[in-house]
Design a binder for this molecule. Sequence first.
Ligand code: VGL
Ligand code: ZN
Length: 214
Amino acid sequence: MMDINQESDVLLLVDIQNDFLPGGALAVHAGDLILPVVNALQAKFDLIVATQDFHPANHESFAANHKGKKIGEQILLDGLPQILWPVHCVNGTDGAEFSKDLHKDSWRGIIQKGKNPKLDSYSGFFDNAKREDTGLNQLLRGLGVKRVFVVGLALDYCVKFTALDAQELGFETFLITDGTKAVNLNENDGAKALEEIQAAGVKLLQSQDLNKRH
Ligand code: VGL
Ligand code: ZN
């Protein structure tokens, strides 16, 4: 059991949006199973912040914006390797919205990412080239956060890079394993992501291990 410190522990919700849920454009298999887990966790935390993948329709991470290219292919985008995705989380569409089953009333902030059409942003903190800062670090510092507890979608992309950056930025970082699911573009990506995350010093725990102090 671990006690939550209400003044300095944040629950960070990564990209829990319709397009990453069953029926969405880039659906994570059984992704909806995290929703009750995340809502139960939200009842335990005072500090909650969410990230939102939020692309313009001309975003160059979309295969549809490259003639002759298919989903899953890799290209170079402004010199960076880029996996091509289905059109997803386009600003102004329902796919970019948070799940209607997710409680949102107590969030302290929403950080949008992936707005630059030439630059993808898996991490909630920086784009993939670490050229631009999303403001999440500053938001968390301003709230007095010391420890970051990460949940959301997808484990092998945005959750992984968000947890790695949180740890690198000096937050003590935890991944809540029943609060995330992998998209598994390649078999075992989820398992590999867990290994990578742990190797970087992020700790894994289960939602039931967290205790709200009264
Ligand atoms: C994500 C691929 C592309 C994610 C976002 O939220 O994990 N994955 N954009
Ligand atoms: Zn995206």
